[in-house]
Design a binder for this molecule. Sequence first.
Ligand code: H2U
Ligand code: ZN
Length: 396
Amino acid sequence: MIVGQTGESSDAMFARGASSLVGRAGGRLSCCHAELSPPRVSAPTRGSSAPLSPTTLFGDDPHRRLNILTGEWVLVSPHRMKRPWQGQIEEIPPDNRPAYDPTCYLCPGNERAGGHRNPNYTGPWAFDNDFAALRPGDGGRRLDTDGLLVARQEPGICRVICFSPRHDLSLPQMEVPAIRGVVDLWAEEYARLGARDDVGHVQIFENKGEVMGSSNPHPHGQIWAQQTVPLHPERERLHLLAHHERHRRTLLEDYLRLELEMGERLVCSNDAWVALVPFWAVWPFETLVLSRRPASHLGQLDDRERDLLADVIKQLTARYDALFNVSFPYSAGIHQAPTDGAPHPESHLHLHFYPPLLRSATVRKFLVGYEMMAEAQRDLTPEAAAERLRESVRKR
Ligand code: H2U
Ligand code: ZN
């Protein structure tokens, strides 16, 4: 995926149409995702005046906010927070897991699908997904019938990663050195999978909780490594690239500076990382975890930054659990540079947390109706969500 590697400006590329972009880096063929909106590059015009809070400007009035990472907008309707809720109430199963479950396919020593047996692993451990959504291969087959029926073979590899041998834990309940072990394994998997010729992008993620479709409460995540940079990271990458071409700094570096100056959306931090509710958050308690020093991928983090990443993950997920006094469900993932062999100075390693819960442990937000037909919408403001998370202390 080599937009910008040819020396062509992003404006010129967009004038030409992103759908036709196909390039080579390090001798490896890759092609761009089709039809993405042109990035809008911010102009630093504010001078020395203090940044204006959306709460001051809009109060309770509806307004739309721009996601500068994707070019998408979200409608914010703070006045609707007062409406009564008579919709679906989620069942939250009681969390009384044993440290070892003989029926769990992820516990050490147990049997998985297809007759595979897990080793007696004692730290974080990864294996090839027995029901992988992608398969390794050359990726050569392509279909294009009159530009109307278009398809491409997609090679790749799917891995499952157990965070701990303990069935009864989740990330916030693990000690920081144990989470650091997970960070190291993520870095190792990203490097090893990314070095393959048939892998141009490595997506590390976690689905936590039944509400998010997780099939098993044993603490685990997944890694899907594939040839193409998929939709969401590709959208972000184009916006990061446009900003970097113009300012020679990463978009998220400039954004973080502004957030640190304003403070109203910050949740928790340490010397290397900041967790905040992004200005354009869609999910009620969505957060973005940013490295203070722009790093393109986990391999560029030093020892201290890795320890502190483990620390901020624990801080943030413990706040989530304390918010509604429940093991907080979410989908989380790490966005890093594509693994096409090219340098990606525009890339800025970050983690997204998308939790579905809205006003209690049993009321979740659905992205339906207007959101499926038009655009994302939220009632609780990102500033109010950040305040709730800042005040949330670990009670469990
Ligand atoms: P989720 O809980 O996020 O679905 O992840 C569990 C993964 O574990 C899922 O992708 C895999 C599923 O394919 N799995 C195995 O690889 N082996 C098994 O024996 C059961 C589940
Ligand atoms: Zn288990």
